[in-house]
Ligand binder design. Sequence first.
Ligand SMILES: C[S@@+](CC[C@H](N)C(=O)[O-])C[C@H]1O[C@@H](n2cnc3c(N)ncnc32)[C@H](O)[C@@H]1O
Length: 213
Amino acid sequence: MSGCCSPQGHYAIFDERFARSVADRYRRRGLTAAQRQIIGFLSRRGVEGATVLEVGGGAGEIGVELLKRGADHVTTVELVSSYDAEAASLLEAAGLIHRARRLQVNIALDPDAVEAADIVVLHRVVCCYPDHQGLLASAASHARRLLVFSHPPRNLATIAYAGAQNLVFRLAGHGFKTFMHPPAEMLATLARQGLAPVYRHRGALWHVAGFSR
Ligand SMILES: C[S@@+](CC[C@H](N)C(=O)[O-])C[C@H]1O[C@@H](n2cnc3c(N)ncnc32)[C@H](O)[C@@H]1O
């Protein structure tokens, strides 16, 4: 695969420097507002003893917090390996490294590479992948109980912003694009996989949607 969706395309943006900045922010300031919405939704539904699959989990802050709240085990799948050192450092600092593992997998193209989990999380991921249907259908097929994902609000301002951002990426020669997928289509994909919407939060930067099977 080439262009915006190859691991190389993602690595141009989500490199070790990006991973360090995300992990450092979490070390200094804890969870972001959107991450708190995700953790809050899952905690209210119950994470005790749950297995978690985080797709595009980056440095793994959400996984660390779910393990602290009693989740049994977290598997993170990522297109790139650039986060691995920071993710291991966050897990080690929390004494949780033995309850987590990471795989370098494109879950949309290789769904069988990872097993199902009670809870599936995708935070800030659908906007980095062109085939939202393939990505969400695969993620949903792995969700035994709950799925939660975030996406940017889709309006004229965010579509224009994404267009400008993509122009900058193209001019800089980065093989990466962002996408403002239609929320209704993403929700319809999850409904076809047997997931019912049970939670919605509309933040300024990220909308969070929670689903139950
Ligand atoms: C904006 S980053 C977000 C990372 C992390 N969730 C966070 O909020 O910091 C999006 C991540 O999704 C990953 N990603 C995108 N499509 C993916 C796919 N099909 N399978 C696995 N990971 C994917 C990319 O490698 C990238 O690291």
